[in-house]
Each structure stands twice: as C-alpha cells, then as structure tokens.
Design a protein around this ligand. Structure first.
Ligand code: TYM
Length: 333
C-alpha cells in the first residue's frame, strides 16, 4: 500500500465557539480530506496565549474546540486529532525555526500588523510577533504535504515554505515543503455587517457563532448588510453581501452560488436570508447538541486527546531528532 499524502491543520480555541467561516473555509474540508489523506488536526492552544487569556476560559474553550472538531466530523480513529500543548515538539522545532527566520521577514506578516494595530504595538507580545514561526513548526514537524486553510493563512504558509526550503538548503533535505490547500469558493467568508472584511471571531457583531442559540443565528443572518438593489445575483465584486449569503447557502446545500441565485429571481433578499438562516441552523443545531454531549464527559474527551497526542508525538519526535542532528546539536547516544 502506498502511503497517503499527509495534511496538517490547526484552529485556535480563542472564542468559545467556532464561527461559520472556520467551518466553511477550513474544518469542512478537514473532514473530507480524511478520506484520502493521512490527516493531522490540532487545537492550537499555544497560539491562543499570544494574547492574554483567562485560564479557566482557555481550558474550557480548548475542550470545546476539540469537541467541535469531533462534532463536525473529524474521526479520531482515522485522523490524528490532538491539542498542540500536548506535543512539546512543536515548541522545540519552533525555536529552531525562529533561529532561521529574519527579523524583517517576520515583520512583514500582515496578520501581526493588523492585530497589533488594533491593540497598539507596545501592548503586543513577542509571542504574537513570532506566532507564524510556531505555525510553520506545527506544519513542518509532521512533514505535511498539504495544509487546508482559509485565504487569510496564505502568507503564513508562504513563510512556512520559505523556512523549510532554507533549512533544507543549509543543512540537507530534512523537511517536506508543504502546499496550501485553499478551496477558493469558501476561502473567505465575509463579515455580515461589513462585507469588505472577513468573518472573524474578533469581530463578533458580524460573525455567526455556531454554538449560539438558533434564534440568535437567524437574527444575525437576517440583519446581514446587503446593498440598495433588490436583484439576487452572484457578483462578489459589486454585491459582496448578497454573494456572501449565496456562498454560505450554496456550500451548505452542495450547490454552486450562481445556480442558487437563480432560485431567487424576483423574490428579493428577504427570501435568500431566510433560506440561508435555515441552512445554517440546520447544520448548527445538531452540531451544538453533539458538542454539549461531548463536553459533558470531559474524562472521555481527555482519553481521546491522549491517544491523539501519543500518535502525534511519535511522528513529531522523529522530525525534531533529525533536525537537531542536522543542526549539529550533540545527542546523548
Ligand atoms: P484560526 O483559528 O483563525 O482559523 C481556523 C481556520 O479557519 C479559517 N478561517 C476562515 N476561512 C474562511 N473564511 C473566514 N472568514 C475564515 N476565518 C477563519 C482559517 O483560514 C483557518 O484555516 N494561524 C491559524 C491556526 C494555525 C494553523 C497552524 C493553521 C496554527 N498553526 C498550522 C494551519 C496549520 C489561525 O489562527 O486559524
């Protein structure tokens, strides 16, 4: 049997609930990729602490994030599903990667610029600055071939590829150079209140949180900003709000947005919003029920986490040992 290509991806447990963009842009594809790939998926709790977290909330949100991945369809028997801080090799390789990253190179990461601009650069941690380098280590430590993510992660993946190539050319072929797997249709779900921005946990007013009450979800979608016309047409450049709703509805019903648009000929935005809300709630309600059941048994979640961590460590430890050896760090024999 030939080995399946490997994928790795991660998600932060920062908010209690994933937002719709996380699911449509990433997690849904993770579930599909289990069929064809050797899949590694992690809750990246160490990334979340780059901004201050309340310890009890972080603990709870990490359990919730792990449960959400299970509820969305990540199968821990087929995939390696784990929590980043349970695998210390991520931070070990993270340090190695920091040492081959240029300061200027790290300074060009736009997500850091955006996040630090919001909070003020003086209040940003060094961890927030080096965050993309830890992300590179997350990927490289598993020798991943592909990384399924939304569009906002593209620059981080370019850095990852650069670091892998740099290490390989300095110290000999060590790391697989990974490719981004970005499914363009849903790679950037937009904010419902400001359809020029991506939907994000950090802009809660325009986000749909999947664990919210169905009434809240419906209200959010029904009050989405559209435009002053009445025609439902898939045209992301001039009608971003309407096109975003079509993208969501199409993704959840397995159709193409332009085909979905034809259903609303002469029916206006109200009908589209109602159907989009129904489709999202149709997914979110059973998902939330499943998450509630899973977090009701934290001991079982921990058991599953341990199995995932053991499987992940078995792979990650080999990569770190090889990288250390290539670097000239002395081993104990
Ligand atoms: P995070 O936690 O912000 O988001 C998780 C995934 O959701 C995608 N996503 C979106 N996709 C479409 N439309 C949106 N509005 C939207 N919002 C979020 C993200 O692109 C991502 O795929 N740095 C990463 C976490 C990470 C990681 C990794 C990812 C850490 N290590 C290694 C891949 C590989 C992040 O903050 O994702």
């Amino acid at each position: 049997m030939t080995a399946q290509p490997r994928v790795l991806s991660g998600i932060q447990p920062t908010a209690g609930s994933f937002q719709l963009g996380n699911y449509l842009g990433a997690v849904r594809h993770w579930v599909d990729l289990q069929e064809t790939h050797d899949a590694f998926y992690c809750v990246v709790d160490l990334h979340s602490i780059t901004v201050e977290q309340k310890p009890d909330e972080l603990r709870r949100n990490t359990l919730l994030a792990y449960a959400q991945l299970l509820a969305a369809g990540v199968d821990p028997h087929r995939s390696t599903l784990f929590v980043q801080s349970h695998v210390p090799e991520h931070t070990q390789l993270g340090w190695v990667m920091q040492c081959i990253t240029g300061y200027g190179e790290a300074s060009r990461m736009t997500q850091f610029k955006d996040k630090s601009a919001r909070g003020g650069a003086d209040h940003s941690s060094v961890g927030l600055f080096t965050y993309p380098i830890l992300q590179a280590a997350d990927i490289l430590v598993y020798q991943a071939d592909g990384v399924p993510v939304g569009e906002d992660q593209r620059q981080h993946l370019e850095l990852t590829r650069d670091l892998a190539q740099r290490f390989n050319s300095r110290y000999g072929a060590t790391f697989t150079v990974p490719k981004p797997l970005i499914v363009s249709d849903t790679a950037k779900i937009l904010d419902l209140q400001d359809p020029t921005a991506k939907m994000s946990k950090s802009l809660p007013n325009g986000a749909v949180f999947l664990l919210d009450d169905p009434k809240v979800i419906t209200k959010r979608i029904k009050s989405a900003v559209t435009d002053s016309e009445t025609e439902v047409r898939f045209d992301p450049a001039t009608k971003p709000g309407v096109s975003n709703l079509l993208t969501v509805l199409a993704a959840l019903t397995g159709r193409e947005p332009a085909v979905v648009a034809a259903d609303y000929d002469g029916r206006g935005y109200g009908a589209l919003k109602a159907d989009a809300a129904e489709a999202v709630v149709g997914f979110a309600a059973p998902y939330a029920a499943s998450v509630a059941e899973l977090v009701g048994d934290p001991a079982e979640l921990q058991r599953t986490m341990r199995v995932g961590a053991d499987k992940a460590r078995a792979v990650a430890a080999v990569t770190v040992a090889t990288a250390y050896e290539r670097l000239g760090l002395v081993d104990l024999g």
